[in-house]
Design a protein around this ligand. Structure first.
Ligand SMILES: NC(=O)c1ccc[n+]([C@@H]2O[C@H](COP(=O)([O-])OP(=O)(O)OC[C@H]3O[C@@H](n4cnc5c(N)ncnc54)[C@H](O)[C@@H]3O)[C@@H](O)[C@H]2O)c1
Length: 252
């Protein structure tokens, strides 16, 4: 795919699920990957495995909700690879299922702290680095919850709606500097986050998968491929878009 070979790209949430699939995929296409995650054990192990097979992957333990961590993450990518060309801001968490009127303010703040403020911090420092590099591409991870209601996920849904606002604002402000900013909006994707949710909600999975036009959940690699396409040079005139990668879930 045009524009991955030799490009310096950050992946947040790179230790698991969609982020792990993205680290493997981007590195396999010749990108110089900086994988960032709270989970140092899994993140380091993946970087070591891929480095041993000749890929370029470094891991940095990062809490995207902490400004100093995010600054260090971007510094590390620039220091190791000389510049920053792309970022997949994918780390995110769900709220504990519950109706809105029963939700503690602290739960709303916890989810917004990672999904919205964390994504904002990543974009802030990545954009500064991309301005130094003369351009770049950002892909955020939203969710179909940014389009349609999903049961007992008020904090999560609101935070993903807010990522649409960040994505469109940054696309509008930095397009003139050669920076494209888009998002993918996954539906049910077979990652630990999804499988935990399914386990906590027995009986839900068959109904959910049947609600997709393609009658199945997504594999993490399918989300990673969509993110890679948006980061590559191929969609060179696409910016400010939140693209459902949902097997037709939002058609209904
Ligand atoms: N799996 C799905 O069905 C689905 C659907 C829609 C959207 N998404 C979104 O996709 C993204 C990835 O989810 P996933 O399913 O791969 O989940 P996952 O739990 O498998 O992976 C998420 C990773 O993010 C990391 N992380 C969490 N908080 C962090 C923080 N503060 N700083 C740094 N890293 C942190 C975790 O350690 C984990 O490795 C999330 O933004 C999620 O909201 C997932």
């Amino acid at each position: 795919m045009a524009g991955m070979e030799g490009r310096s790209i950050i992946v947040t949430g790179g230790a698991s699920g969609i982020g792990e699939a993205a680290v493997r995929l981007f590195a396999g296409h010749g990108a110089l990957v900086t994988s960032a995650d709270l989970d140092a054990e899994r993140g380091e192990a993946l970087a070591a495995e891929l480095t041993a097979s000749g890929r370029k992957v470094q891991f940095i333990r990062t809490n995207i909700a902490q400004e100093s961590d995010v600054r260090a993450m971007v510094d590390r990518a620039e220091h190791a690879y000389g510049r920053l060309d792309g970022a997949f801001n994918n780390a995110g968490i769900a709220n504990a299922p519950g109706l809105l009127a029963d939700m503690a303010l602290e739960e709303m703040q916890r989810v917004f702290g990672v999904n919205l403020f964390g994504t904002f911090l990543c974009m802030k420092y990545e954009i500064q680095a991309m301005l130094r590099a003369g351009g770049g591409a950002i892909v955020n991870t939203s969710s179909v919850s940014a389009f349609i209601y999903d049961t007992q996920l008020a904090a999560y849904s609101a935070s993903k709606h807010a990522i649409t606002g960040l994505t469109r604002a940054a696309a509008a402000e930095y397009g003139q500097h050669g920076i494209r900013v888009n998002a993918i909006a996954p539906s049910a994707t077979r990652t630990p986050l999804y499988l935990d949710y399914v386990e906590a909600n027995p009986g839900y999975v068959a109904k959910l998968e049947a609600a997709h036009a393609l009658r199945r959940a997504c594999e993490p690699i399918e989300q990673a491929r969509a993110a890679m396409w948006l980061l590559s040079d191929d969609p060179s005139f696409v910016t400010g878009v939140v693209m459902p990668v949902d097997g037709g879930y939002t058609l209904y």
